[in-house]
Ligand binder design. Structure first.
Ligand code: PLP
Length: 449
């Protein structure tokens, strides 16, 4: 058998990939028998229910024995209808039982299709100019070309900039490094009000939607917006006839201690993109949920949503999603994420004792911390040092998978670690994770100081 990157291309050529042998609960084993804690839930936030949940492959097998693929252009499948009803029944706020659900395969496709839906909605309503999707700097909405153009993560955008139609960006809601140098709440949430400036400058007649992650995942390592932020965003969107797309690819289905990330602000988006926790990696499935009126406008107009991929709404994937959501609800995992997540954040704050840790943040089981070269000035490390990668390699050596991110400082510097263990994680397992982080920090500071 060839080695990684000899025949099978994997992301990096500078990493010696061990071969994974098996996984159970929060643990992974490689073929040498070494055990790792899945501290970032798959590559980032995927495995909420944990590994080895037999109910999910059993549901997939049962479905696959009847049929796997079906021509979705001319048939529907019962699992799709069941999943749509299930999601509508748990959708947040005013979307509850007043929405429709569109299936796709990856998170990038769900944000891309959310943008297409916003565009088609306005076209159907005769607002032919509305095409701009405003995003935020230091946001990540996926890796296909349009998702990258809506995203504000400079390190991932640069190479492709000439290929996309760029979309306007407003500053993120990021109190640790506030773009306006304000302090919450005296700041008056200038970061939210910036949306009004951007809409007016672009011309509201041109703006179709605003997209944001309720809690910024990989770009800012679990940075929640302050209280009141999304309420202002909602008011501004309503004032200018702009749809609000919540990118819940990371935050949906319990990750943050509520079923939906946006529920922390008690605000209803018009459109939601979700993926990862929908099947927790047992099968690739993603979805777009939107207000019924949006879809009904399409039905009355073109009668056809102008999007779609061959593998959408796979019956096997639908069975996996139904089994996953049922598992989350039956095992009280949203509540566990809240309780154990609070404990995790509390324990993680002990990292602030190190001179190279400037901030610890997050909500529920989506938490992160940020490295600084100088605590007072918050100066980042030189990006050439790839500090977050170096730290992540140290935790990996010690049997803990962490997710290194960068770009908190103007998208080009600023190292962070995102942590998102499965929602089944216990407090004792959090202690084990935090102990490895401390051990890795000691080794790290020896290297860099
Ligand atoms: C917030 C957010 N949106 C979209 C995506 C894209 O999802 P996928 O990698 O499944 O295409 C990601 C992936 O990490 C994400 O974190």
């Amino acid at each position: 058998m060839s080695k990684p990157n000899e025949r099978a291309v994997q992301r990096r050529w500078d990493w010696d990939y061990p071969i994974i042998a098996r996984a159970d609960g929060i643990y992974l084993w490689d073929t040498n028998g070494k055990r790792y804690i899945d501290g970032s839930g798959g590559s980032s936030v995927v495995t909420s229910v944990g590994h080895g949940v037999v109910e999910i492959p059993a549901a997939m097998l049962e479905q696959a024995e009847d049929y796997s693929f079906y021509p979705a252009r001319v048939f529907s499948n019962a699992r799709l209808l069941e999943l749509a009803d299930l999601l509508a029944g748990i959708a947040p706020g005013e979307l509850r039982d007043d929405c429709k659900v569109w299936m796709t395969v990856t998170g990038s496709e769900s944000t891309d299709d959310a943008a297409r839906l916003a565009r088609q909605y306005w076209v159907e309503r005769g607002e032919l100019q509305k095409h701009i999707i405003i995003g935020r700097w230091q946001a990540f909405h996926g890796d296909n070309i349009f998702s990258v153009s809506m995203s504000g993560l400079t390190v991932r955008r640069r190479m492709y900039t000439p290929m996309f139609r760029d979309m306007p960006k407003i500053p993120p809601a990021f109190c640790y490094r506030c773009y306006f140098e304000g302090t919450y709440p005296e700041c008056g949430l200038r970061c939210a009000r910036a949306l009004e400036d951007s809409i007016c400058q672009a011309g509201h007649e041109n703006v179709a939607a605003f997209i944001a992650e309720p809690i910024v995942g990989s770009a800012l390592a679990a940075a929640p917006a302050p209280d009141g932020y999304f309420q202002i965003i909602r008011q501004i969107c309503d004032k200018y006839d702009v749809l609000f797309i919540a990118d819940e690819v990371m935050t949906a289905l319990g990750r943050t201690g509520r079923m939906w990330g946006i529920e922390h602000w008690d605000v209803t988006p018009d459109i939601i993109a979700l993926s990862k926790s929908l099947t927790c990696g047992y099968f690739p499935v993603a979805a777009v949920i939107a207000r019924d009126e949006i879809w009904e406008t399409l039905r009355r107009g073109d009668g056809h949503f102008r999007a779609g991929h061959t593998m959408n709404a796979s019956a096997v994937g639908m069975a996996a999603a139904i089994a996953t959501i049922s598992y989350v609800r039956e095992h009280g995992l949203v509540e566990n994420a809240r309780v154990v997540g609070d404990y995790f954040l509390e324990q993680l704050r002990s990292l602030l004792e190190y001179s190279t840790i400037g901030d610890v943040r997050g909500k529920g089981m989506l938490v992160g911390f940020e490295f600084v070269a100088d605590k007072d000035s918050k100066a980042p490390f030189d990006p050439a040092l790839s500090i977050s990668r170096a730290f992540s390699a140290l935790t990996f050596e010690r049997g803990l998978v962490t997710y290194p991110c960068s770009g908190t400082v103007r998208g080009v510097a600023g190292d962070t670690i995102l942590m998102a263990p499965p929602l089944i994680t216990t407090k004792a397992q959090i202690d084990e994770i935090v102990a490895i982080l401390h051990d890795s920090m000691a080794a790290f500071e020896e290297q860099v100081l």
